[in-house]
Ligand binder design. Structure first.
Ligand code: NAD
Length: 430
């Protein structure tokens, strides 16, 4: 069985995905729509696709089974709701939405129409997050205590992206509140623990730069902040410190990336990451040790992506390859040799979406999870506007019980895959 799929928004990001959509064995006819129809036509010609359209209405009139939305971040919810109401499954490049009522409407629509609605949350398939999620689930890491996560992306480097859609007005849209794009950060710790944020407090940096679009009347959200930091309480009793930085003199190292979880602390094991590498430490339960003879273990998980399982196919090194923490055997054979993206995540996200549509199964980054990764940021922005007030974060609940989850073939133990050693073994022989 194959589905007819429509891609919406042929800007900067979508071209990284077209080959993956086209090659997936579950995709039949593939269409592209963009308000600037020439952009859609260019992709149709380049990849030999079924046809171009100028908007979502036209795609839905063709009768596509599913759409994948790559339009600007504040437009996602309206398009996703329209698509679900028309009976189409929906993939959305993050974020899911920019308002709490949009999240409410999207979870309700997915349940009512029984349509797959998922975000392409790249952080979910970052290798160290895949690794931590699987290890944490064994229980050997103990109870979650605290995590720091951040997304640092100077808007000056986004300028060309925003200019494509918004022309000379681009700074107005680049000044979207940083906490309206919080999902890369929140999804890292929350997808490991399965918890949600219950309360949050935040402070923002009021950007008075005359050359930027921040401040009342200067952007559609009257947003004054270019950088915002939040402190959150999670439903499992832990804490998160989340940083969303959008205007500062920072650039990633070669092979590093802008999205990081510097710390993940649990009662029996901790993971620390820098831009280039990840270390895991575990306590072996012996009391009274001095630090220099601490009977713990430290595992160097190595660079983010130590592929290359797939050939390099992109100019940006961090947009290719797979790491040893990934599960390549679950991907379609057709993906071998195709360019990947964002530390190996793209192919997993697209495979999840197509399989979810065909199998009527829920992908892991479904809209209920995505709402839990998005809502804390939306509330954090309100908190920052209120001088750091502690605010409650609404709970968008869980998907319907009768909706099966996607399952994957067992991965087995792959050679070279890092693991935390046995923590129950004595540190020193008796
Ligand atoms: N790591 C990640 O997950 C990641 C990385 C980059 C971008 N993104 C997301 O991808 C999305 C697209 O980003 P981009 O950089 O390609 O944006 P872009 O501005 O370059 O492209 C957007 C395209 O959508 C088109 N468009 C706008 N409204 C439309 C509508 N109603 N119908 C049809 N077409 C429409 C525009 O004409 C433009 O071609 C954004 O939401 C962004 O948040 C996610």
């Amino acid at each position: 069985m194959t589905i007819r799929l429509g891609l919406v928004g042929a800007g900067e990001f979508l071209p990284h995905f077209v080959a993956m959509f086209a090659a997936h064995p579950g995709v039949g006819a593939l269409y592209v729509a963009d308000l600037v129809v020439e952009r859609a036509e260019t992709l149709v010609a380049e990849f030999g696709l079924a046809g171009a359209a100028s908007n979502l209405d036209e795609l839905l009139a063709i009768g596509v089974d599913a759409v994948a939305i790559f339009t600007p971040r504040h437009t996602h919810a309206v398009l996703a709701l329209q698509a679900m109401q028309a009976g189409a499954h929906v993939y959305i490049a993050v974020p899911a939405a920019v308002a709490l009522d949009e999240l409410q409407a999207m979870t309700a629509a997915a349940a009512r129409h029984r349509r797959v609605c998922m975000t392409g949350e790249t952080s979910y398939y970052y290798p160290e997050i895949v690794f931590a999620r699987e290890e944490f689930a064994t229980g050997r890491w103990g109870q979650f205590i605290h995590a720091d996560a951040q997304y640092v992306h100077d808007w000056a480097t986004w300028g060309p992206h925003f200019r494509l859609t918004f022309g000379d007005d681009w700074q107005k849209y680049a000044a979207i509140p940083p906490m309206f794009y919080p999902t890369h950060s929140f999804s890292m710790p929350l997808s490991i623990t399965g918890a949600r944020v219950t309360h949050i407090s935040a402070h923002g940096f009021v950007d008075r730069g005359a050359d930027a679009g921040y401040g009342a009347g200067r952007n559609p959200w009257d947003n004054p902040f270019s950088n915002t930091v939040a402190l959150a309480r999670t439903s499992d009793g832990g804490t998160l410190r989340i940083g969303e930085f959008r205007r500062l003199g920072w650039f990633p190292l070669r092979n590093g990336r802008e999205v990081m979880m510097p710390t993940f602390y649990a009662s029996d094991a901790c993971m620390e990451s820098s831009m280039a590498s990840t270390f895991l430490t575990g306590r072996q339960g012996v009391e009274g040790s001095l630090s220099y003879e601490h009977p713990g273990v430290t595992v160097d998980l190595g660079p983010w992506v130590d592929g290359p399982y797939f050939e390099h196919g992109s100019a940006q090194d961090h947009h290719i390859g797979l790491a040893s923490a990934h599960h390549p055997a679950r991907l379609p054979r057709e993906y071998h040799g195709l360019a990947n993206g964002h530390s190996g995540s793209h192919q997993y996200l697209i495979d999840d979406f197509i399989r979810a549509c065909i199998e009527d199964a829920l992908p892991p980054t479904h809209i209920w999870a995505s709402a839990a990764w998005c809502a804390p940021g939306l509330v954090a922005h309100q908190s920052a506007l209120q001088g750091g007030a502690l605010l409650e974060v609404p709970d968008f609940g869980q998907p319907p019980d009768d909706w099966p989850r996607l399952t994957y073939p067992p991965r087995g133990v792959e050679p070279g895959r890092p693991r935390l050693p046995d923590l129950t073994a004595p540190a020193f022989p008796a």
